[in-house]
Design a protein around this ligand. Structure first.
Ligand code: HEC
Ligand code: HEC
Length: 185
């Protein structure tokens, strides 16, 4: 079954991505954890039969934007309808987690493999040179996993930070090590 295969592939990708080395070997993919609480079963009952939940992270939309995704490709074209209370819960979750303030995951970026790694001292020098051009070094206020850091660093590059793909990956690898999060469920 297609969805099962997708799920297994996602698990394999997730396992791969936990290795600092492995993260650089394939196209970067967002990883979204199933939320807890009431919305969890709304998603499990309505949203995972055709595709996984990782792709939500490609979007950073307000409530109307999310409503349009639920309406167009889903309700109108494929008859995916939700009870009103479930839809409200889902829209709350989507707008909160993937709202206009969030950084959408870059769709086409392919992370290159890296062979050398930053020490703490190297990383600080690099941050000072690359980031302090625009604002103080802000990474010590945050913790993120590698995908979260990659999305942020690529967003900074789009705003004008000067980094090669190699340096993006070196920085992401260091940030996930020094300013990472423990996987929690
Ligand atoms: C009947 C199958 C089906 C179900 C069930 C379904 N989707 Fe989709 N979804 C699709 C298809 C097909 C696309 C690609 C649509 C397109 O590009 O026109 C899609 C695309 C998306 C996208 C955009 C993905 C991207 O790469 O940009 C999001 C976000 C999304 N769905 C969320 C949801 C949510 C939330 C639910 C639960 C309410 C859901 N889907 C349930 C079939 C489904
Ligand atoms: C060319 C200018 C520029 C450079 C260089 C730059 N940034 Fe930014 N950064 C911005 C702008 C613009 C914002 C958004 C407005 C703001 O918060 O000041 C921002 C915001 C941020 C935020 C806050 C985002 C949030 O969601 O809280 C962080 C963290 C950050 N930058 C980290 C970095 C890091 C790390 C680097 C170096 C790799 C970097 N920036 C390099 C311009 C830049």
């Amino acid at each position: 079954m297609l969805s099962t295969r997708f799920f297994v592939l996602s698990l394999m990708a997730a396992a791969l991505l936990t290795g600092a080395q492995a993260q650089a070997q394939s196209a970067a993919r967002p990883q979204v954890r199933l939320p807890s609480g009431a919305v969890r079963s709304v998603i499990l009952n309505n949203c995972v039969s055709c595709h996984g939940i990782d792709d939500y992270a490609f979007h950073a939309l307000d409530r109307d934007g999310w409503q349009a995704i639920l309406d167009g490709p889903h309700k109108q074209q494929r008859g995916v309808t939700l009870a009103a209370t479930d839809e409200a819960l889902l829209l709350d979750y989507l707008t909160d987690k993937f709202g206009p303030e969030s950084v959408p995951f870059p769709r086409d970026y392919v992370a290159p493999e890296i062979a050398d790694f930053f020490s703490n001292a190297d990383a600080r020098v690099f941050l000072q040179r690359t980031c302090a051009e625009c604002h103080e070094i802000r990474v010590f206020e945050h913790r993120k996993d590698a995908n979260g850091w990659r999305a942020l660093v690529l967003d900074m590059r789009e705003r004008g930070a000067r980094l090669s793909d190699q340096n993006v990956e070196k920085l992401v690898e260091w940030l996930a090590r020094a300013r990472g999060i423990n996987p929690v469920e």
